[in-house]
Design a binder for this molecule. Structure first.
Ligand code: SF4
Length: 397
C-alpha cells in the first residue's frame, strides 16, 4: 500500500482525468494523504505559457517532498515541458484513456478496499469526450490530446447514475469539444445524451462545461430547454469579436454567426473565453471584441492574454506588446465585471435554487454566484435581497 495525493491544474477535463487516477489508486488499496505522500500525481495544463510554468512549479514542489511524482495530462504530452526536473518525477506522456491504468500499474495494486470511493465535491464532472479535431491556429490541445473521440453513451449514463447515487447534486458533462460527441453505434449525439442524462434519477441539475458556437443548434437548445434538470447556462467561447482575427485564429465562424446563434439561446446566462492580444489584434479589433461581448449579452468573460504555444501555426507570432495585452485584459475584465453586476442587480427580488458548494457560497441555476447561509451540499431555494462585491446576497425563500 502506498499513500498518495492527486492534484490538477487547468480545465474540467484535467479535473476528470485527475479523479479517474484517484479512483484507480483508491480501488488499488492505496490511501490518500496530502501531507508527504509516497506518490504525488499531478494532472497538468499547457493551454498557455503561464499554465506550463505553474505545472512545472507544482511538479518541482511535489518532488521536493521526496516521493515519486507522476506528471500527467496536457503538459506531460508537450515535448520538453518537464525537462530538467528531478529524477523522482515520472512524465507520463500517454493519452488520457491509458494514463490512469498506467499510474495504477506502476504504483502497484494491493487489495481492493475502496472501489466506489465518493468524491468530496457537491458537483461531479463526467467526461463524455476527449481530444479535438478542429485546428485553431493558436491551440496546442489537438497536439497533446489527439483527435476527438467519445465515450460510449452507456458508459457516460452509467457514470452519471453512479455520481447521482453517490450524492452529487449537480452533474457537469465535460469534454474538450463537447459538441463533437457521437456514439454512432447507439445512435447518440450530444442532444440525446443531454436528454437521457437529465432523466437519470437523482440528477437535480445538469450542466454543459462548454460548447463551441458551431455546435449550438436548435436540436441541442431544444434538448436543453425540454429537460427540466438542465441549467440555463451556456459557456460559448468567443475568442475574438473581430472577423479578421477570427480568420487568423481559424475559428470557423464570423462575429455575425456567433451573435445570431447565441441570440437563439434567450433565457440562458452566457459566459465565454476571449484571447486578448492575439497577433494582428489592433485597437479597432479589440473594440470589436468589447462590442461583441456587450451585444451578445455575455456576463462572465474568462480573459486569456495571448501566449504563443509550441508546435502551433502561430508559435512564432506574438506582435502585441505585453503592456497592451495587460491594459486590454483589464478593460475586458472591467466590462465583464460590470455586466455581471448588472445581471445580479436584475435578480434582486427574484427567487432561485442555489447549490451551496463552499461555506457561505454557491451557484444559482444559471451559474450566477450567490452568498447564502446554508450547509455545504444543500440545494436551497433563496430570494435575492441585495448585491455584494462578489455575488448576489440570498435569504431563505
Ligand atoms: S476548438 Fe479550437 S481552441 Fe478548442 S480545443 Fe479545439 S483546436 Fe483548441
Amino acid at each position: 500500500m502506498a499513500t498518495f495525493s492527486v492534484d490538477f491544474l487547468g480545465c474540467k477535463v484535467s479535473h476528470t482525468d485527475a479523479h479517474e487516477i484517484r479512483e484507480r489508486l483508491l480501488a488499488g488499496g492505496h490511501v490518500e494523504d496530502s501531507h508527504g505522500p509516497d506518490v504525488a500525481v499531478l494532472s497538468t495544463c499547457c493551454v498557455t505559457h503561464e499554465a506550463v510554468r505553474k505545472s512545472r512549479k507544482a511538479a518541482r514542489q511535489a518532488a521536493r517532498k521526496g516521493g515519486r511524482v507522476y506528471v500527467t495530462g496536457c503538459a506531460a504530452n508537450l515535448k520538453n515541458a518537464f525537462a530538467g526536473l528531478p529524477e523522482n518525477v515520472v512524465v507520463v506522456s500517454l493519452r488520457s484513456e491509458q494514463t490512469a491504468a498506467f499510474v495504477a500499474r506502476d504504483v502497484g495494486a494491493i487489495g481492493c478496499v475502496q472501489a466506489d470511493a465518493r468524491l468530496e465535491r457537491v458537483r461531479a464532472f463526467v467526461k463524455v469526450q476527449d481530444g479535438c479535431s478542429f485546428s485553431c491556429s493558436f491551440c496546442v490541445i489537438p497536439q497533446v490530446r489527439g483527435a476527438s473521440r467519445s465515450r460510449p453513451a452507456s458508459a457516460v449514463l452509467g457514470e452519471v447514475e453512479k455520481r447521482a447515487a453517490q450524492g452529487h447534486r449537480e452533474i457537469v458533462l465535460t469534454g474538450i469539444n463537447l459538441g463533437c460527441y457521437r456514439d454512432r453505434v447507439a445512435g447518440f449525439d450530444l442532444a440525446r445524451l443531454v436528454r437521457e442524462a437529465g432523466l437519470v434519477p437523482g440528477v437535480e441539475r445538469l450542466r454543459l462545461s462548454s460548447i463551441e458556437v458551431n455546435h449550438l443548434d436548435e436540436r441541442l437548445l431544444d434538448a436543453m430547454r425540454s429537460t427540466p434538470a438542465v441549467a440555463p447556462h451556456l459557456h460559448v467561447p468567443l475568442q475574438s469579436g473581430d472577423d479578421a482575427v477570427l480568420r487568423t485564429m481559424s475559428r470557423r465562424y464570423t462575429v455575425d454567426v456567433y451573435l445570431r446563434r447565441v441570440e437563439r439561446a434567450e433565457g440562458f446566462n452566457l459566459t465565454t473565453d476571449v484571447i486578448v492580444g492575439f497577433p494582428g489584434e489592433d485597437e479597432r479589433a479589440f473594440e470589436n471584441t468589447l462590442r461583441a461581448v456587450e451585444v451578445a449579452g455575455i456576463t462572465k468573460v474568462h480573459v486569456f492574454p495571448y501566449s504563443p504555444r509550441p508546435g502551433t501555426r502561430t508559435a512564432a507570432d506574438d506582435t502585441v506588446p505585453p503592456e497592451t495585452k495587460k491594459a486590454r485584459s483589464a478593460r475586458l475584465r472591467g466590462a465583464s465585471d460590470a455586466a455581471c453586476r448588472q445581471r445580479w442587480l436584475e435578480k434582486v427580488g427574484s427567487e432561485d435554487f442555489v447549490l451551496v458548494d463552499r461555506p457561505g457560497r454557491g451557484y444559482g441555476d444559471d451559474y450566477l454566484p450567490w452568498l447564502v447561509d446554508a450547509p455545504v451540499g444543500r440545494l436551497v431555494r433563496v430570494r435575492a435581497q441585495a448585491v455584494a462585491d462578489d455575488g448576489i446576497v440570498g435569504v431563505a425563500a
